[in-house]
Ligand binder design. Structure first.
Ligand code: FES
Ligand code: FE
Length: 446
């Protein structure tokens, strides 16, 4: 499938996906199909606002890091005017990457192949033997290609490759309300700790997005060993039962918890030396009520491929668990593999001891050797082989019926103080169904 409208058989398949979803089912083909994958690169990763990093990663003019949107590599750089640019890392002469380092600081990028030079704004700036080789050349036409839209919200940087797409604020919609209570508790905000950890997972990127948008249910079974070895310090099913879902427009969704915190802990269990640094100035009345009501957000997915996780984690034996905050991104690498990127965040205002403990707790839970991570990625690896199986394609659909009418206790919470549709329990898959609905709507849009 090249650029352009989807072919007829793909349209037919996606129509089937939508009628299946209405009945709480999904074809395994979505987890391995090369044609669908190409369509995702075109209709999702070239159209949506995609997360590319945190402002604290490139604080100074000239700072850059390499990032991905879909499978394309970009240089995310703060140019000499202080503007954030997402420059396609492909030379306009023959396509060689003009930047070979993962991060650094530079006013210019010089292509190693023939030596064309670009400013960190992306503009063409010269070439070897210019007077002899390019006398009639208009450099203005030959700058690096760049994302037409870049914007930030609460320190998160997003870029969009579609010049006609809605603004970032509009794209995030009601998610802004939740990002305020997660990341905007004081003016200093949060900062990344080191570089994102990254590793390969033999699965489709959508398995990660699907899990973090609403799958609290899996924790009881897949992560049961954490209860057995005493890491979670309590009854896992009871802990998970304190969660519920909030579904937002646009395919975004959250897993929210309602867990009264023992004194003197504050919001989401932050100890006094941390929550005393929160001024809540940026929050409105409802957002403060959300925090005062002992609510917190455990996880979310912003469509398509950014997730978030904040929870308690063990630090060392005998020490209380610390609250950690992670950003996680599911970077597609073909239909059957993805790269998992994991950023640790810390409050700039918090004491170093707390931040160090939170970092250890986060990396010990999620990361290449994290005790949760080991469980999740093994389970997700089942997706592509199932999608590839001729027999599976002929005979099975995945079940997404939990929480549908009459299936269990799952219901819509009428008195929800925040935006979006909230549920009464975590025992449902509303958020996942809505994520996949958005996915199929995006692929079908012409
Ligand atoms: Fe970059 Fe030739 S490919 S200068
Ligand atoms: Fe998990």
């Amino acid at each position: 499938v090249g650029p352009g409208p989807l072919n007829g058989s793909m349209q037919t398949f996606l129509s089937e996906v939508q009628s299946d979803l209405a009945q709480g089912m999904l074809s395994p083909r979505v987890l391995n199909d090369p044609e669908l994958h190409q369509a995702e690169l075109e209709h999702i990763f070239n159209k949506c606002w995609v997360f590319v990093g945190h402002v604290s990663e490139i604080p100074n003019n000239g700072d850059y890091v390499l990032r991905y949107m879909g499978e394309d590599q970009f240089i995310m750089v703060r140019d000499e005017q202080g503007e954030i640019q997402l420059l396609l890392n492909s030379c306009m002469h023959r396509g060689s990457p003009v930047c070979r380092a993962e991060k650094g600081n530079s006013s210019h990028f010089r292509c190693p192949y023939h030596g064309w030079i670009y400013k960190n704004s992306g503009d063409w700036n010269g070439a070897p033997q210019r007077a002899k080789a390019y006398r009639k050349f208009d450099g203005a036409d030959w700058g690096l290609r760049k994302a037409p839209q870049v914007d930030t919200y609460q320190g998160l940087i997003f870029a969009c490759l579609d010049p006609d797409a809605v603004s970032l604020r509009e794209y995030l919609g009601d998610m802004c309300w939740y990002l305020d209570v997660l990341l905007g508790l004081n003016e200093q905000g949060m900062t990344t700790v080191g570089d994102p950890h990254r590793w390969e997972v033999p699965s489709n990127w959508k398995s990660g997005a699907d899990n973090f948008v609403g799958d609290a249910y899996h924790v009881i079974a897949l992560h049961q060993s954490l209860e057995e070895i005493g890491v979670l310090g309590g009854d896992v099913a009871k802990g998970v039962g304190a969660n519920f879902h909030v579904a937002l427009d646009g395919g975004h969704g959250l897993i929210v918890t309602h867990m009264p915190m023992p004194e003197p802990l504050g919001y989401m269990g932050f100890p006094p030396e941390v929550h005393s640094t929160f001024d809540l100035k940026g929050l409105d009345e409802n957002q403060r009520a959300f925090l005062d009501g002992d609510h917190g957000v455990v996880g979310f997915t912003i469509f398509p491929n950014l997730s978030f996780f904040r929870s308690f984690g063990a630090t060392e034996p005998g020490k209380p668990p610390a609250v950690f905050t992670l950003l996680r991104q599911w970077q597609p690498k073909g239909p059957e593999n993805f790269e998992l990127w994991n950023w640790s965040l810390e409050w700039k205002s918090a004491p170093k001891e707390f931040n160090d403990a939170a970092y250890r707790a986060g990396v010990g839970s999620f990361g290449p050797s994290g005790i949760f991570e080991q469980d999740d990625t093994v389970a997700w690896a089942g997706g592509p082989p199932t999608g590839r199986s001729v027999f599976a394609r002929k005979t099975m659909k995945f079940n997404y019926q939990m929480g549908m009418e009459g299936m269990g206790d799952y219901a819509i919470r009428e008195d929800w103080m925040g935006p979006g549709t909230a549920s009464t329990t975590p025992w449902g898959e509303m958020n996942q169904r809505r994520w996949w609905q958005q996915w199929s709507d995006r692929l079908m849009a012409q």
